[in-house]
Write a protein that binds this ligand. Structure first.
Ligand code: HEC
Ligand code: HEC
Length: 311
């Protein structure tokens, strides 16, 4: 009976695709919900910025912009412009390093970046502690979660990181296809096949369809290097690392525009054309671009569960 049912399912949708280079996002992830809900509040609170105008969510809008700000480059405290495009905070827990050049080894180290960055939030550890401890509501909440009377900066970071861990977007059409639950349309499937055949998958693979290696932008047809690039060279100073970045995740890529470290590609079509030309040496036909974009659109997942929870 069960075998029969399984067979029917497999015939309709295909067997789970276990040996594909892209892996589904797990449907559940372990995190401490109390901490994460506190982190969610902090993430959205401009109290963490010097002039009280900027919160993490100003640049990473998790409700309406898939964890990005849809700007070419971000704008921080006092309206100061950075020089880098804000990547999404969705699924960051699956990245091997954080930031375009991977300078933070994990989410904890990463979160210190924007809070202290004079252009982003411009705060010191002491000022964060002073402000939160002066707020009775936060004192109550931290006491509930951490059991201490005085709020520490470490606890603040810990709560934010726990929230970020919860920001996973499972059950995209593509993941359901990988699990053998649905089929892709002809165009989407052909797009996926091209993505593999052309070699996109050599850099964009794994759970995040990226986020797991450093690679060149311009691997085949080089692009101009600029000293302002937020690339690996900034950290290592090696020629080899000029124009080398952490490969961005392509999860939810249909709604994380504009693209590239400088936001220079406005549309997904443009990003795909440039990638194919500079990183693989192919000039794609419009038909091929359409197919690949159709496939990339299947990588849009569900809104993280934590965003539907009340604080
Ligand atoms: C002023 C805009 C701005 C604010 C505020 C901001 N970020 Fe970011 N965030 C960025 C930009 C720009 C980058 C990319 C910087 C780089 O790679 O050099 C980034 C990168 C990240 C990354 C790395 C993602 C990846 O794939 O590498 C995470 C995680 C993140 N931010 C979380 C946060 C958290 C948590 C806060 C609040 C404490 C925050 N951000 C506040 C703009 C901002
Ligand atoms: C040699 C490794 C490599 C290959 C091959 C490659 N990419 Fe990329 N991809 C990258 C890197 C590195 C970036 C970041 C470039 C930057 O921002 O300067 C990137 C960025 C992207 C982006 C923009 C994502 C964002 O959020 O900004 C898209 C879309 C993309 N690639 C799709 C593709 C497609 C489609 C192919 C195949 C035609 C492909 N890539 C092949 C390494 C690669």
């Amino acid at each position: 009976m069960w075998i029969g049912l399984l067979l029917v399912v497999f015939l309709a949708f295909g067997v789970p695709k276990l040996s594909e280079p892209i892996k589904p996002i797990p449907q559940k992830i372990d995190y401490d919900k109390k901490k994460a809900l506190l982190g969610k509040k902090l993430f959205h609170d401009p109290i963490l910025s010097k002039d009280g105008t900027v919160s993490c969510s100003s640049c990473h809008d998790v409700y309406n912009k898939c964890g990005t700000d849809h700007r070419n480059v971000s704008v921080g405290v006092s309206g100061r412009k950075g020089n880098v495009n804000a990547p999404t905070v969705f699924n960051v827990v699956f990245n091997f390093r954080q930031f375009w050049n991977g300078r933070a080894k994990d989410l904890k180290e990463q979160a210190l970046g924007p809070i202290h960055n004079p252009i982003e939030m411009g705060m010191t550890k002491e000022e964060v502690e002073r402000r939160l401890n002066a707020d009775p509501e936060y004192r109550r909440l931290f006491k509930e979660v951490y059991g201490t009377d005085r709020i520490t900066f470490d606890q603040v970071i810990d709560a934010i990181v726990e929230f970020e861990k919860a920001l996973i977007t499972p059950n995209s059409k593509f993941d359901r296809f990988l699990r053998g639950e649905v089929q892709l349309s002809k165009e989407e499937l052909e797009g996926y096949k091209l993505f593999k055949k052309l070699g996109c998958v050599t850099c964009h693979n794994g759970i995040n369809v990226g986020g797991n290696s450093f690679q060149l932008f311009g691997a085949v047809v080089p692009v101009e290097w600029k000293p302002s690039n937020p690339d690996r060279y900034r950290i290592t100073g090696r020629e080899f690392d000029k124009n080398r970045y952490k490969v961005p995740s392509l999860r939810n890529v249909a709604c994380t525009y504009p693209y590239f470290h400088d936001g220079s590609a406005k549309t997904l079509e443009e990003a795909v054309r440039k990638m194919s030309y500079h990183n693989l040496g192919f000039k794609l036909t419009e038909e091929e671009v359409k197919k690949i974009v159709a496939f990339l659109k299947t990588l849009t997942g569900e809104l993280p569960e934590i965003l539907r929870e009340k604080e």
